[in-house]
Design a protein. Sequence first.
Length: 434
Amino acid sequence: MNQPLSWLECISCGEKYFKDARIYNCAQCGDLLDVKHDLETLKETVTLELFDKRLGGYEPWERSGVWRYKELVGPSFRHDELVTRGEGNTMLYPSPNWLAQYTGHANLELKHEGENPTGSFKDRGMTTGITQAKHLGAHAVICASTGNTSASMASYARLTGLQGVVAFPAGKVALGKIAQAIAYGATCLEICGDFDEAQHIVLEASQKLPVYLLNSVNPYRLEGQKTIMFEMLQQRRWRIPEWVVVPGGNLGNSSSFGKALMELHTLGLISRLPRIAIVQAEGANPFFRSWENGFKDFETVQAETLATAIRIGNPTNFSKAKRTIEWTNGISVCVTDQDILDAKACIDAAGIGCEPASAASVAGVKQMVENGIIKPHDEVVAVLTGHLLKDPGVVIDYHANELDTIAPNFINEIHRIDADFDALAAWVSQPEVQ
């Protein structure tokens, strides 16, 4: 019998399961599962030149920034099974002068996952998760969400004809994200509790009801998200930066980044791994606290931060993120909401823009530069996870100085003027006469 190209494997005890097993945790020890690929066999066909050649492809799957790397994501899927919206293909921006002044570091690039179809990195994970759901013959999919997951799942589910059921914590999700889930036709359930409680309920539902779970405990989600690293390196002509800095909420991205980099290294496609820095908000920092004490213990927190996408006190992927830190000699960083919103204002003013949680990565870069962790010559990539319009309320409140605990250090006020040309002209800058 031939070795399968992919299977599920427990990250702790190594127990193996068939690729199509409908499980999310190891039945033996309860820990998380990886989608494992037969890298020895794949060594015969996978090259950087293969991925580069597909950049000019015309097939829908080749134009996807996820399925372009199909051999390392879902080698056994047929092309006609793939559910794609052309996700990925997001910009890698050099740091503009305005932002370089703020962070104190010129060798910074921004990988903007907010440029995905529904406005966040979750589309990368949802194309793989929904493809697996379709492959398994599911009729309904479910997730708990702080907003971005629900928007993405609702879109991809509707594209495939599946019922999407989303559960989100009441009063804790930005309006723009709820609007997306509603618009895409999902069944929306507002839970009287926080995200961690919502996630607990949908986990129970996935065990007792005929629904397929698409939170990041599902290892197929992370297979799509890891392509952020593949694409970032390809955009850099496969040059490896010294640092990759990413916001940390449920820790799916940081977990998938470690897996992606290890797979590339095992295949001999990269010579070393960049260091990963996971940035958490001060009010939602259980991973940072555990890292700070050498991972001797882990305690959940009652999460509270204006960065709603990372307002998570009991992250699902803790053990995988810990593994990433160990593999890459990485670190964790903690920043305040003030740090996050100031960083966001600078990213926005640079003409790039992002949602609050995204800005945690840039706030983390600034802190790491100030503390001498990032050296002047280091090449750094910070990941922005969501679009500016995911949470426009925070933008308006920051610049109107209406956030109780935040000082708008980079304020851009709205100015009311009379309906008069001279009043307008006073605000238009004029070129200097030489």
